[in-house]
Design a protein around this ligand. Structure first.
Ligand code: SF4
Length: 315
């Protein structure tokens, strides 16, 4: 069976061996984060929709999970915001009822969690990983470029409400951009927000691959260490740095046929990761991982154009 919604399993730093479930079309999101590795948001929306028939996703999950694969998590993630999918509750209930041996995780920007109905739908998840990168509205706008109706105060309220109702684990991600959200004023405000949200862990992240905007750079070890200590000394929750150490280079064995396919395509014309995913029938997350690896080996070069980041084969 060819999967449209499942990708991986990928070996994820945070989640171990994780099967990705992508339930929204490419770049439907209420935010347009400057660091987004899937590039700029093309559909900035707050409207929850049934983008795909749930039966389609359930059929893929049934097919894959019936083989009893070893997984650490099944994870809602992908190229947009999973909670925009109005049938996510049906998929959550299906997995928990039919394959209760698997743990279920949700990667979310959290902005829709003010909706009590949505919170109820995701309660059976074992782990929720929301994001909070800023606390003042002007910083939130600068980093996350939210839909015009969104206020960061409501995001914090939604996350606190989730904590109140949800018994599972919450790992709160804070993405640091040096000079923007590592100031004392912002960190103080984050301390207050974290105290309300009461996550089980705070995870500090930074840029690991090309983001939506060129000016975003990885935060250095010193900045990340300062943020970690600042938050750790002022909150009772474990605070850890999850930003990748950039010396982890050759970690991926790329199958020869996939590398040849990418080489043949890019030799003819430069493509974005999305173009390649469509041409080769591989999920964009897999393509991005392979392109990152090829880039680190100098086999492809990268150029940013109006339509996105283009890759060319380096002859
Ligand atoms: S990082 Fe996540 S929340 Fe931000 S724009 Fe990308 S998909 Fe949306």
């Amino acid at each position: 069976m060819k999967y449209r919604h499942l990708f991986g399993p990928v070996n994820s730093r945070r989640l171990g061996f994780s099967l990705g479930v992508d339930v929204v079309p490419y770049k439907y999101c209420p935010l347009n984060c400057v660091y987004c590795e899937v590039q700029r948001t093309t559909h900035l929306t707050l409207r929850r929709e049934e983008f795909f028939p749930p039966e389609e996703i359930i059929a893929e999950l049934t097919d894959f999970l019936s083989g009893a694969p070893a997984l650490d998590y099944i994870t809602f993630s992908g190229t947009g915001e999973p909670t925009l999918y109005s049938a996510i509750g049906r998929i959550v209930s299906f997995i928990k009822a039919s394959f209760p041996q698997y743990k279920l995780a949700l990667l979310t920007n959290g902005v829709l969690l003010n909706d009590p109905e949505l919170r109820k739908e995701i309660l059976p998840c074992d782990l929720i990983l929301p994001s909070l990168d800023a606390c003042h509205q002007n910083v939130y706008k600068r980093i996350n470029r939210p839909h015009q109706e969104l206020k960061v105060a409501n995001l914090i309220r939604g996350l606190a409400a989730l904590r109140h109702e949800y018994d599972g684990a919450i790992w709160l991600e804070v993405f640091i951009i040096a000079g923007i959200n590592d100031t004392e004023a912002e960190l103080n405000c984050l301390v207050k927000a974290i105290s309300k949200i009461k996550p089980d862990r705070v995870q500090i992240n930074s840029l690991d691959r090309p983001g939506a905007e060129d000016w975003v750079k990885p935060a250095g070890v010193r900045v990340l260490g300062h943020v970690q200590r600042y938050l750790q000394e002022r909150t009772p929750f474990p605070v850890e740095i999850i930003a990748k150490v950039h010396t982890e280079a050759a970690e991926l064995e790329i199958p020869e046929d996939i590398e040849q396919g990418i080489a043949a395509t890019l030799a003819r014309r430069p493509c974005t990761a999305e173009d390649l995913a469509q041409i080769m029938g591989i999920h964009i997350n897999e393509v991005s991982k392979i392109l990152r690896q090829l880039h680190s080996e100098d086999k492809v070069w990268v150029k940013r154009e109006a339509r996105g980041v283009f890759y060319s084969w380096n002859h």
